[in-house]
Design a binder for this molecule. Structure first.
Ligand code: UDP
Length: 324
């Protein structure tokens, strides 16, 4: 039997490249596409040259053409950290709208099943806690985060329209904060920033008073949840995340302890519309996918630390002036 063929948009990004590894390991033929705006060839260099892997440097907001058949499509293309989408607001809106449209069109043409990366950001600064899939959210459309949040809300609406109107087989995953190897050291998110700061003996920049909460999921757990959702028959959105919640101040202290660093915490202004709390309700994923996270934070952080130590070492050696 010939191998199942999967296209992964955003395949050179943090989540995309971890998904490439997973699907290659499971015996799929993987086509990664990426415009390398925030993704990096470093993340997929280990797959280049494998007989079951190809990479296309392509911008899904313009046009996507793939010859031959496709069984599955994953849409993981988008700037995804607050500083990235603040720097690239139009590209963020385009990849969530035009990119989504093109990939849905491709799924329709190829009769492929498509899974869309949505996000806990569609819940905005949530008034319901923890967040269930039935919650509609509290998003400021014209705030700085609106470019990402609204693009992803549009992505969900367009995906349902293609399902209901054209009968395309769709899946939607709502991803909560995820961490692990292949995150960009300087992507501005809490974990890479804190780890880079602690490893370089700099003080850790906690925004606000650090009492806001997040719930961090190790990437391997997320990937397994996505795999199960793709193969399920469930078309409505499903939260995938780790429900163990922590304040950002405690998280920063945890990173200092993990790295055995002498760094202190310093406080900076809280970014506009920064959500005060976030924790997934994963009852649905447990029930329909028989999924729950298996890797706790201490184990996940150790694995991530090893990656960052290695990466920081090689980055500083090759680019001594780059600030990470
Ligand atoms: N944060 C922080 N210091 C940093 C970067 C982020 O205190 O250097 C805070 C940020 O304000 C937010 C939380 O950490 O409350 C998580 O931010 P991140 O950018 O990782 O993801 P978000 O969940 O906000 O998209």
């Amino acid at each position: 039997m010939s191998k199942k063929k999967i296209l992964i948009a955003g395949g050179a990004g943090f989540l995309g490249s971890n998904l490439c590894a997973n699907f290659l390991e499971k015996g799929f033929y993987v086509i990664a596409v990426d415009n390398l705006l925030t993704g990096s060839l470093d993340n997929i260099s280990e797959f280049m040259g494998l007989p079951d892997f190809e990479f296309h440097h392509c911008d899904v907001t313009k046009f996507v053409h793939i010859s031959g058949n496709l069984d599955y499509i994953l849409h993981f293309a988008s700037p995804a950290s607050p500083i990235d989408y603040l720097k690239m607001p139009i590209q963020t809106l385009k990849v969530g709208s035009l990119g989504t449209l093109h990939l849905l069109g491709l799924a329709k043409e190829k009769n492929a099943r498509i899974l869309m990366a949505s996000t806990s950001e569609i819940y905005g600064d949530p008034l319901e806690h923890p967040q269930k899939e039935t919650y509609w959210g509290n998003v400021n459309p014209v705030g700085p985060r609106g470019v990402y949040d609204e693009a992803k809300r549009f992505l969900e609406a367009l995906t349902m329209a293609y399902r209901n109107f054209h009968g395309v087989e769709t899946r939607i995953v709502r991803i909560f904060n995820t961490y692990g190897p292949k995150m960009r050291l300087n992507d501005g998110r809490a974990l890479p920033t804190f780890l880079s700061q602690a490893l370089q003996g700099e003080d850790l920049t906690v925004f606000g008073d650090g009492s806001q909460t997040r719930s961090f999921c190790y990437v391997d757990d997320l990937v397994e949840g996505i795999y199960r959702l793709l193969l399920s028959d469930h078309a409505d959105p499903v939260n995938i995340g780790n429900p163990v919640e922590i304040t950002i101040k405690e998280f920063a202290e945890e990173i200092i302890a993990l790295t055995d660093s002498n760094s202190k915490l310093i406080y900076k202004d809280l970014p506009v519309n920064d959500p005060k709390q976030r924790r997934p309700d994963i009852t649905k994923a447990k029930n329909i996918l028989n999924w729950q996270p298996l890797i706790d934070r201490s184990e996940g952080l150790k694995k991530t630390l090893a990656y960052f130590q290695h990466k920081l070492h090689t980055t500083l050696k090759s680019e001594p002036h780059e600030s990470v």
